[in-house]
Write a protein that binds this ligand. Sequence first.
Ligand code: SAH
Length: 344
Amino acid sequence: MKKHLKSMTQQEIGAVLKELGQPAFRAKQLFAWLHKGVRSYGEMTNLPLSLRQVLEQEYPICPPEVVRKQESQKDGTIKYLWRLSDGNCVETVLMRYHYGNTVCISTEVGCAMGCAFCASTLGGLVRRLEPYEMLDQVLFTQVDSGLPVSHIVLMGIGEPLDNYDNVLRFLELVNSPEGMNISMRHISLSTCGLVPKIDALAEKKLQLTLSVSLHAPSDATRSRIMPVNKAYPVEQLLAACRRYYEKTSRRISFEYAMIDGVNDSEADAKLLLKQLKGLSAHVNLIPLNHVEESPLKPSTKAAVARFQKLLEDGGVSATVRRTLGGDIDASCGQLRRKYTKNQA
Ligand code: SAH
């Protein structure tokens, strides 16, 4: 299968155009059009018609189609379910924060990681997304909503570091000055903790924010809710985080979904403090979003507040994440899950 033009750098597009006998300056024009989120070559009015016809034949654009769009009445969060050109569906969420509109994208169709609390992994991994399919989520969310996107989080369906090469290419593309030009500092990448890939990413010294889904301070608890912990236990994971921080000087943010009676005790908070010692860390406490198929329940408000205070008192900054889009199944994987279940 031919590589998709929108997964290519401007230089690679230049090579394709050269083959087609086109002058070098066309690469910049074509790249810019593609990164505006046009739906057809017909819109690229400054390109010769003959070239547009060849491209249409050789490199069809095939944009994703909106299957469902849900808008929160409470906070303006918009959730999209897209159908990709092969019929698979992924979700994207647009959140309106005071600092800018943030798009949460999926990196895979389904997920292989098997976290006990997560809806995205219930049907396993179907396939990894191509760079252009990640980019399209940002582009077409912006086009459809009419809202300019300034921030991106890789926290939708899938494990970004399980799709390492494609994710890196996506980051390069979305950061490109000729394209969306989204600063790395406005991008967060969340991982369940694939240690070798965290080390590989550290070498790239990107200015993005790395979020690590820790969710428990001990191997006993973490292995119970996150199978990945059996391959990369807490100590190894935190050692990789320390190396990451040394290499990049970027503060790591730890995600901690608060689950009633599982990871929300005083002892958990104290052990977490001990584990994070010496790491310039920020902890994001997320009240668990209840998933229909799972027996796990969110911690009480009081337990979350107590946990936060224990961390703060111990010198670790901790915030409780405001939940957005609670009325529209906006936490990852829920909409796709419902849709695929109803189709079956
Ligand atoms: N695979 C990556 C990114 C996708 S999930 C990762 O594991 O980090 C984004 C975040 O949502 C992760 O921290 C994940 O653990 C969390 N999450 C998944 N299901 C959740 C739920 N039901 N309630 C709260 N957080 C959840």
